[in-house]
Design a protein around this ligand. Structure first.
Ligand code: MN
Length: 256
């Protein structure tokens, strides 16, 4: 029996990008789709813990869940699929997930969830809003997935793949780039005279640093970034060792 591959996304079970990714990975294994029943972009790593999850079969090996991308991966990996998948692939997201934006992304979070559950995982996103170019994104996804299935990934590591909107001139291994936070919040007044606020109103600005995912995609190249989920900064932990004694002596002096 061929290995099981889980495909999910955050744009919902009917998104064109999801179909393109499932088609691209077909015959690398038995592809199962378990995806949110509606758009869940920018939900990040949220889990649904306070209401039941329902699964609706919407096609052959294709299921819709009334939850988040991370819910879908949890459900699928921890028992809904006939066996544990050898790969979790999330996408193809409609729009890139680059640099500092990855933690907001439901697409990337689904791959993070797969990684935390011990399954090699990748997220795939396509720059630009339209459905054009999904085929080249699918080709890149398939190439990366094939290599990943042979070589595996280091512990706690996932791949974040971004494909440019137009033709793909190459594939680059990159690091995450950084946003320039120049935007201000927009404050307006509603019809009842109360203030309301709008965040993320302008297009994002990025540092143009060499070797980043952002500069690769801006140059028409697909970007593959290995992301590590051990968020501890070991250098800082070492340098801040003396905080412990300092904080403890203050804690002891404190009147109770
Ligand atoms: Mn999305």
């Amino acid at each position: 029996m061929p290995a099981v591959i889980l495909v999910t996304n955050d744009d919902g079970v009917h998104a064109a990008g999801l179909h393109a990714l499932a088609a691209a990975l077909d015959n690398l294994g038995d592809v199962y789709v378990v995806a949110p029943d509606r758009e869940q972009s920018a939900v990040g790593h949220a889990l649904t813990l306070h209401r039941p999850l329902r699964v609706t079969q919407v096609g052959e090996r294709r299921f819709a869940v009334n939850g988040t991308p991370s819910d879908c991966v949890n459900l699928a990996v921890l028992g809904f699929l006939p066996e544990r998948p050898v790969l979790v692939a999330s996408g193809i997201n409609h729009g890139s997930n680059l640099g500092d934006d990855v933690t907001y992304s439901g697409t990337v979070s689904a791959a993070m969830e797969g990684t935390l559950l011990g399954v090699p995982s990748m997220a795939v996103s396509q720059a630009g809003a339209g459905d054009t170019g999904l085929e080249s994104a699918g080709t890149v996804a398939r190439l990366v997935a094939s290599r990943l299935l042979v070589e595996g990934l280091p512990a706690k590591t996932l791949l974040n793949v971004n494909v440019p909107a137009g033709p793909v001139s190459g594939i680059r291994m990159t690091r995450l780039g950084h946003r320039v936070y120049r935007e201000k919040i927009v404050q307006e007044t509603d019809p009842r005279g109360l203030p309301y606020y709008w965040i993320g109103a302008g297009p994002p600005e990025w540092n143009e640093d060499e070797g980043s995912d952002i500069s690769a995609v801006n140059r028409g190249q697909a970007s593959v970034t290995p992301l590590h989920l051990d968020l501890t900064h070991y250098g800082a932990l070492g340098r801040m060792a003396d905080w412990e004694s300092g904080l403890n002596s203050l804690l002891k002096k404190r009147p109770r």
